[in-house]
Every structure is written in C-alpha cells, then in structure tokens.
Design a protein around this ligand. Structure first.
Ligand code: BMA
Length: 321
C-alpha cells in the first residue's frame, strides 16, 4: 500500500471535499506537444504511481500518454503517445483516444478510453508495465463514451459502465452496465442511472456519466460520476456520488441530490471549455479513511480533491434523491 496524496481538511471547512492547495497539479503545457492535459487516470504502481493521461496536442488531436510519479502529485508524462500492439484481436482503427480510465484486475492493468472508430466508442487495452500496451476489441458499437470497468468480476463476469451517446456534444446521456466473460464480447446491457428531472436536481438533468473506477464499500459500490446541466452559456459539469448494489450494480441504492464538487475555482471556470470538473480516477486508503480524486478542470489541466471515504458515503446516504 503506497501513501496516497493527502492534505488534511482545512480548519472550519464546511464541504465534504477539499481541493489540493497547489492545484492544478498538471499544467496544460507539461509536455512539449500539449495544448491541454486533463481527464486522466492514475493507479498505484510498484512503489509509486502510474497513469494514462489525455494530452491534446497543439493541432488539438486527442491521444493518451503514459506517465509515472513517486508521490501521485508530480508527474513525468512521456512525450510520445502510447503505441498499441494487437491484443485479443487484429489491430483496429483508432482515429483518436481520450478520457482514459485505468484499473488493476487479476494480473494486469486494464485501460478503457473513448476510441475514435467511425465516431466515439469504448476502446479497451491492457498493460503489465505501462511500457507495452495491447489493444483489444472495442466494447460497444459507436456511439458511446465513459466506459468504466469495475475492479473485480461480478457474478463471474467483467462488468463495465458506459454511456451511449451521439457523435457530437451529446445533449442526453444515461449510465448503463454491460457484462463480459472474456473482455471481448459484451452483453446483458442494463440501465443503471438516468439524468434527473430538472425540478429534482438540476445540475445532473442533461446527462450523467461514470467517472473513476467504482470503489467497493460496506454499503455497496461507490460510483463517483459527472452530471451535466445545459445552461444559456453551454454545458456545466459537476460531480456527484451514487452507491450501487454490490452484487447487482444496476440497482442504485443512493444518489446525491446536491453535487459534491462543482466548477468554482478559476482553473475550473476558465479554460478551453469553461465550467467543467470531470473526475476520471480516485485513489483510496480504506484503513486511513482517505480518498483522493483526480479530475480534469475546464478541459485544460488536471486537479486533485480530497475527502474522507466514510464522510462521502454518509453524505450520499443522507442527501439521496
Ligand atoms: C465530453 C468529453 C469530455 C469533456 C467534456 C466537457 O463530451 O469530450 O472529454 O471533458 O465533454 O467538454
């Protein structure tokens, strides 16, 4: 167990989550080619951390890059994008790659991302060492985004959340779950959670999408997710939490009516796409009751926010829709 990034809650702090005081942790120009680095995923790796980063270049082409860190805060991101080799199929086209998630299951690190194959769908790959990467079959038909694997099999099958979408800036979006015996063929698609009615909880009334890898707790799977409202100035992305049944995760036990994190700092409100917080990864330490969430801010930089796992769960139960 590595020491995950951490800062204590500031005195007199009222919210459930508190931001890292030196946010953002990754600058938009952190590698020579980048226009922006955001919506990225990290995991514990060896005696430190590894990650897969979304770096859009200055032609604003989207791709994913491997990176390493000793403390989870200061990152060395490779200057060249990940080159995939053929995994469980022949090489398939990938016009672009973005919004990665990473999870260790059984013997390797699995990566999902939004893969450009006649429009966005969910790409899957794996690595053992963050040096050599293998690309597998796409999980779904286009169009789909926000593919997020569970960290272990459920009822003997791999499980993945996703959000069917359109080819543009989708004005709708609900979270589904699908199962696979082998990481190649996906089925048993079930609806998990829909966007809300405007009157009930407006910040998540346009679309919702899964964020970090779900975390198993005594109450079920903690699923952090983004919710979107369409305002007169465009979409606004905030983060909420839901708790899904451990054995049948299409059952939503609780779901926050208020958001847990909304775009309110300048680096969240100003950037290439204003008013976006977009979580893609979380590190946790159950014994120490610590949670560190990585999120893209304004589609420009990566930032970090902390919380107590127990407080997030209690808040989710007490403020449920
Ligand atoms: C979504 C994706 C995300 C992005 C968000 C806000 O459709 O493109 O990568 O953060 O829009 O622009």
């Amino acid at each position: 167990m590595n020491l995950i990034p951490w800062q204590d809650k500031p005195n007199n702090w009222k919210d459930i989550l508190w931001r890292y005081s030196a946010n953002p942790i990754i600058d938009r120009y952190a590698i020579p080619s980048s226009n922006s680095i955001f919506n990225s995923a990290v995991v514990e790796y060896k005696d430190g951390f590894a990650g897969v980063f979304r770096c859009d270049n200055k032609a604003v082409q989207m791709n994913i890059f491997a990176g390493f860190s000793k403390d989870g805060i200061h990152w060395d991101i490779n200057h060249d994008p990940i080159q995939m080799k053929a995994g469980n199929t022949q090489m398939i086209d990938s016009d672009y790659k973005y919004d990665p998630r990473v999870v260790f299951i059984e013997d390797r690190y699995w990566i999902t991302w939004c893969n450009g194959y006649h429009g966005p769908t969910i790409g899957i790959g794996y690595t053992f060492d963050f040096k050599e990467f293998f690309q597998c079959e796409n999980a779904f038909l286009p169009f789909n985004r926000n593919g997020v694997l569970f960290p272990k099999k459920i009822n003997g099958k791999y499980a993945m959340l996703s959000r069917p979408s359109d080819n543009g800036h989708t004005p709708f979006g609900d979270i589904y779950i699908s199962y696979s015996p082998d990481m190649k063929y996906w089925g048993e698609h079930r609806c998990v959670m829909k966007a809300t009615n405007f009157e009930d909880s407006a910040w998540q009334c346009t679309k919702v999408g899964a964020g970090p890898i779900p975390i198993l707790t005594n109450d079920g799977w903690l699923m952090l997710y983004h919710g979107v409202i369409n305002t007169c100035n465009g979409f606004r992305y905030a983060m909420g939490a839901a708790i899904l049944d451990e054995h049948q995760p299409d059952i939503v036990k609780y779901r926050t009516q208020p958001y847990l994190l909304g775009p309110s700092e300048l680096y969240e409100q100003i950037g290439d796409v204003p008013n976006v917080v977009f979580p893609c990864a979380a590190l946790h330490d159950s014994e120490e009751d610590k949670l560190a969430i990585y999120y893209g801010a304004a589609d420009t930089v990566v930032a970090l926010v902390f919380g107590r796992l127990s407080e997030v769960i209690q808040f989710t139960k007490e403020n449920s829709l």
